[in-house]
Design a protein around this ligand. Structure first.
Ligand SMILES: [Zn+2]
Ligand SMILES: [Zn+2]
Length: 257
């Protein structure tokens, strides 16, 4: 049964304000109106790893001006949220905090894209034993939730893509994952259901992990496509909503509810 009661939102969208974005912020808003999205949340990359291609790319002033222009242009047709996806690590936590001091965002997504300074790039194998990399990854997720810097944890089990099949990820790191969920619940951090994967596969996080979060009393959710162009805007959001609905959560509060 389709979910009709939740607003149709996409709170994880990259425009050309991100180093790897392919469509302008204006093109994305125009497409969002065509798709009849109620709300769109831009979530531009902000990177603190010096070797990341995005390091130093994001320009807060340029971004703020583009958001202001889009809000004026789409005023009565689309709600536009000004967010950022910040790559988190404990070492850069103070730097992130300082950087945020004179900036104003509607929401912040904390994501882990690196383990031991090695990028988790799709299609690239990483040369760390799977058990170690999984534990390190989820420890970082847990620290991000603990930092209270973020409203949302992005693509919670992103690491899933980098581990050979056959490893039971959820049980390797079950305790650390539990701790991350407990910290999210106690700090009011939303779990993002990120539909970037092909639709015949689980989103990030997997169905099993969403259930584990619900078991911990999690009620706060965000939905995002992780679109980097107009082509994938909104893709998979309804399916993610249907999936969550099918897991019979006791209560669901979306970001900005
Ligand atoms: Zn990301
Ligand atoms: Zn992203």
């Amino acid at each position: 049964m389709p979910v009709v009661s939740w607003r149709l939102v996409d709170y994880h969208v990259h425009s050309t304000q991100s180093v790897d974005g392919r469509s302008s912020l204006d093109e994305i808003c125009s497409r969002a109106v065509e798709l009849k999205l109620d709300e769109i949340g831009f979530c531009e990359h902000v990177d603190f790893e010096p070797d990341d291609p995005g390091f130093g790319f994001f320009d807060y002033r340029r971004y703020s001006e583009a958001i202001d222009r889009a809000r004026a242009r789409y005023a009565d047709r689309l709600t536009i949220r000004k967010g950022a996806e910040i790559d988190y690590s404990l070492e850069s936590e103070n730097q992130i905090r300082t950087w945020l001091e004179d900036k104003d965002f509607d929401f912040l997504v904390g994501s882990i894209h690196y383990v031991d300074h090695i990028a988790l790039d799709l299609g690239k194998e990483i040369d760390i034993p799977p058990r170690a990399v999984v534990s390190k990854y989820y420890t970082k997720v847990s620290q991000a939730a603990e930092s209270r810097l973020f409203n949302v944890i992005g693509h919670f089990d992103f690491i899933r893509s980098y581990i050979p099949s056959g490893y039971d990820l959820a049980s390797i790191a079950s305790d650390i994952i539990d701790r991350a969920f407990e910290r999210m619940v106690s700090n009011g951090v939303h779990l993002e259901i990120n539909s970037r994967r092909k639709l015949d596969r689980d989103p990030f996080p997997s169905r099993r992990l969403i259930l584990q979060y619900l078991d911990k009393g999690g009620e706060l959710f965000s939905f995002g496509s992780d679109a980097h162009s107009t082509r994938s805007l909104g893709v998979g959001i309804r399916q993610s909503m249907d999936l969550l609905h099918s897991l019979r959560p006791k209560a669901v509060h979306l970001l900005f509810d």
